[in-house]
Ligand binder design. Structure first.
Ligand code: CA
Ligand code: CA
Length: 151
C-alpha cells in the first residue's frame, strides 16, 4: 500500500509541488540533452511497464533526437509506478540503475513523501544523463517539463 486512498492523479501533488517538480526537471535538463517527464494518472489495471510505455509513446517521448528521454509513470489509484527510458539512455546506464531509483522512490512513497521521491529520482536521473548526454550549446527543450496528468 504505497499511495493513500484519498489521493488521486489531480491531488497527489499540491500546486506548489507541481511547480517544484517542473523546476526540478528544468534544472536537471540544464546540463544534459536528455529529457525527463512525469505522468500521473489514476488507473492502471494491467502491467504497469506496458502501460507506462504506451504513455511514453503517446507523449511523443520516443521522438527525441538522441533517444534519451526518461518517463516516470505513476498510477495513483492502482498504486503502481514505473520508469521508461529510451534506447539511448538505456544502453548507457548500468543494468540495476532504474531498479535502484525505484527502490529509493518506493521508500519515499511508503512514507507518503511522493514529492520527495519524485524529486530525488529526477535529480539522480539528471546526474546520470549529464554523464552520457552533456548539453550542447544549441540544446532545445524537446519535451515539456510540466507534469502530465491523465484521468
Ligand atoms: Ca533538451
Ligand atoms: Ca524538457
Amino acid at each position: 500500500m504505497i499511495f493513500k486512498k484519498d489521493k488521486s492523479a489531480k491531488t497527489l501533488f499540491s500546486a506548489k509541488e507541481k511547480k517544484g517538480i517542473a523546476n526540478a526537471i528544468r534544472e536537471a535538463e540544464l546540463e544534459t540533452s536528455g529529457e525527463i517527464r512525469l505522468h500521473v494518472e489514476n488507473n492502471c489495471s494491467g502491467d504497469v511497464f506496458t502501460q507506462a510505455k504506451k504513455v511514453f509513446y503517446a507523449l511523443g517521448m520516443d521522438k527525441t533526437e538522441l533517444k534519451n528521454a526518461v518517463l516516470f509513470y505513476i498510477a495513483v489509484k492502482d498504486k503502481k509506478f514505473a520508469i521508461v527510458a529510451d534506447k539511448g539512455i538505456n544502453d548507457a546506464v548500468p543494468a540495476n540503475f532504474w531498479e535502484n531509483i525505484k527502490e529509493k522512490m518506493k521508500r519515499h512513497f511508503a512514507g507518503g513523501n511522493y514529492f520527495e521521491g519524485v524529486c530525488e529520482a529526477i535529480e539522480i536521473t539528471g546526474e546520470k544523463l549529464k554523464t552520457y548526454f552533456p548539453r550542447s550549446d544549441d540544446d532545445r527543450d524537446e519535451l515539456s517539463n510540466e507534469i502530465s496528468i491523465g484521468e
